[in-house]
Write a protein that binds this ligand. Structure first.
Ligand code: APR
Length: 181
């Protein structure tokens, strides 16, 4: 399903983000930038050593990536030229600033993408796996953040994909699309 936000195209796709044919793939990473399971493991396996080495370098230089922020590395063997690693919040019940931190992940990733002249970007559903954020809530936060970013920052037109792994997550994002737009 597609949605226009001004000149920017938002697409909802069910599938494997490592196969996305976009300029940059977003990774749901951890603050240490040390490979985990979930989408992080899948992206690192598909991308190979170049991603590992770039993450190690950021760890040495900056100590990692705080929750709600984002860093960029090359895409290694992926079709994508870059990977943006962002760190979502761990769900703690909803009153520990989780929504603000999750919105920040999407906005900081888009900021980095735009600053690097990227034309197309694919997001997974950040925080809704190992970090336990309820998917229906996360989907509304994610799409609201993207909408606000595109409208407020008057960016050049880009393609923004959400690549959702399983059917239940895909359905949540389609429902959220109707709520948010
Ligand atoms: N493509 C798209 N989405 C995927 C893929 C894939 N190949 N593999 C998993 N996912 C989905 C999951 O189904 C889930 O909906 O990504 C979403 C996010 O789940 P996680 O990867 O568990 O991410 P998160 O909840 O943010 O937890 C981050 O997990 O892997 C570790 O290092 C990572 O510690 C960090 C934590």
């Amino acid at each position: 399903m597609k949605q226009q936000i001004r000149e920017t195209t938002l697409e909802m796709i069910q599938g494997d983000i490592t196969k996305a044919e976009v300029d940059v793939i977003v990774n749901a990473a951890n603050s240490e930038l040390i490979g985990g399971g979930g989408v992080d493991g899948a992206i690192r396996r598909a991308g190979g050593d170049e991603i590992e080495q770039a993450c190690a370098e950021i760890r040495r230089r900056e100590g990692g990536c705080p929750t709600g922020e984002a860093v960029i590395t090359p895409g290694g063997n992926l079709h994508a030229n870059y990977v943006i690693h962002t760190v979502g919040p761990v769900w703690q019940g909803g009153s520990s600033g989780e929504a603000e931190l999750l919105a920040s992940c999407y906005k900081e990733s888009l900021r980095l993408a735009v600053d690097n002249n990227i034309q197309s970007i694919a997001f997974p559903s950040i925080s809704t796996g190992i970090y336990g954020y309820p998917t229906e809530k996360a989907a509304v936060v994610a799409l609201t953040a993207v909408k606000e970013f595109v409208i407020q920052d008057t960016i050049a037109p880009i393609v923004i994909q959400f690549v959702l792994f399983d059917e239940a997550t895909h359905t949540c994002y389609l429902d959220a699309l109707l709520t948010v737009f």
